[in-house]
Design a protein around this ligand. Structure first.
Ligand code: PHE
Length: 339
């Protein structure tokens, strides 16, 4: 066999083996076998000196070509192994393993409910505004016509932070904050957290969510209020929903109403959710009291307005048939993953 034939044979053999190497270890072994100082390539190269001066240059060139080829093959194999290794450090990536599950994040059921409520009112021309959770007695009570010693204040006992700072008990005061800055027409939706110092049980918690809606302009009437609330309820609960307006009292409204929907769980027959009444209260509403307009300098001869305050938790409980409000705040994943 001539030197050139030997080179060719070595090339075939080595290329084949390098290419089919599938682990780093195999590759290391092949490197030792073919490319080390005592490897097959060096051994062959030693035969070069036995060739004639005439044959030497071509044979040397051919041998060099093989060396380069094997070096390149080795490098490209190594780097393809490294890429695989990045994916699964320490070991090669096993493509036959089943994929790892990724956790899918989701919005909290209250956030989902809030988003849907906002979406519906946004469609009816309401802008979204927000006020701070920490408030003063003035905004939470006085500006909304709660007299200092009026029993209505007791219905909304709160947490006192310092001096005059309290956690707001409702979102109605966002009305005042907006009225102070803007002139009618204003048509606004103000969602947010509210706080009450109350005994905690399945139906009430020390914090919950409200969505306040209000519209002030010329000629706004109670019929407009009914119109938006009925439209909202149909959109949210379905076309067959029934609403009931009950006369009520809120110091910042005249007249005031509380609005119930026919229990969507028992269809009015009576169940534990509606406390066997057949109806569930979902919001308070009314025409904004002239006293509120007075405190912000609105002309109550010219303007009228309505306001409503929805209990988001209550609505979410109805929609998802949840019988304990505390579940929303416990962050138990077994509960949250269901939404
Ligand atoms: N702010 C009232 C409450 O928390 C609800 C309400 C809002 C009533 C707007 C009337 C109008 O009880």
């Amino acid at each position: 066999m001539t030197f050139l034939e030997k080179v060719e044979e070595l090339e075939k053999e080595a290329v084949n083996k390098f290419e089919s190497a599938s682990t780093l270890r195999e590759l290391e072994e092949l490197k030792a076998e073919y490319l080390s100082r005592k490897g097959k390539f060096s051994t062959l190269l030693r035969e070069l000196k036995e060739l004639s001066a005439e044959e030497k240059p071509r044979a040397g060139e051919r041998a060099n070509f093989l060396k380069r080829k094997l070096d390149e093959l080795l490098q490209s194999k190594l780097s393809s192994f490294e890429k695989r290794e990045e994916k699964a450090p320490g070991e090669f990536f096993d493509f036959t393993l089943p994929g790892r599950r990724t956790w899918e994040g989701k919005l909290h059921p209250l956030t989902q409910t809030l988003d849907r409520i906002i979406e519906i009112f946004y469609g009816m021309g309401f802008e979204v505004a927000k006020g701070p959770d920490i408030e003063t007695n003035y905004y939470n009570f006085d500006s909304l016509n709660f007299p200092q010693d009026h029993p209505a204040r007791d219905m909304q006992d709160t947490f006192y932070l310092a001096d005059d700072l309290i956690l707001r008990t409702h979102t109605s005061l966002v009305q005042v904050r907006i009225f102070e800055k803007r002139k009618p027409p204003v048509k606004i939706l103000a969602p947010g957290r509210v706080y009450r110092h109350e005994a905690i049980n399945a139906r009430s918690y020390c914090l919950f969510y409200q969505v306040e809606g209000f519209y002030v302009d010329e000629n706004v009437t109670f019929a407009d209020l009914k119109g938006v609330l009925v439209a909202f309820a149909r959109e949210f609960f379905g076309k067959d929903v029934e609403l009931r307006f009950r006369a009520s009292f809120f110091p910042f409204n005249e007249p005031s109403a509380e609005v119930d929907i026919r229990c969507i769980i028992c269809k009015g027959k009576g169940c534990s959710v509606c406390k066997y009444r057949g109806w569930v209260e979902i919001l308070g509403a009314g025409m904004i009291d002239t006293e509120v307009f007075k405190s912000v300098g609105y002309d109550s001869e010219k303007y009228t307005g309505y306001a409503f305050g929805l209990g988001v938790d209550r609505i979410a409980m109805l929609k998802y048939r949840i019988d304990d409000i505390r579940l929303f705040y416990e962050n138990d994943l077994r509960f949250l993953r269901q939404f």
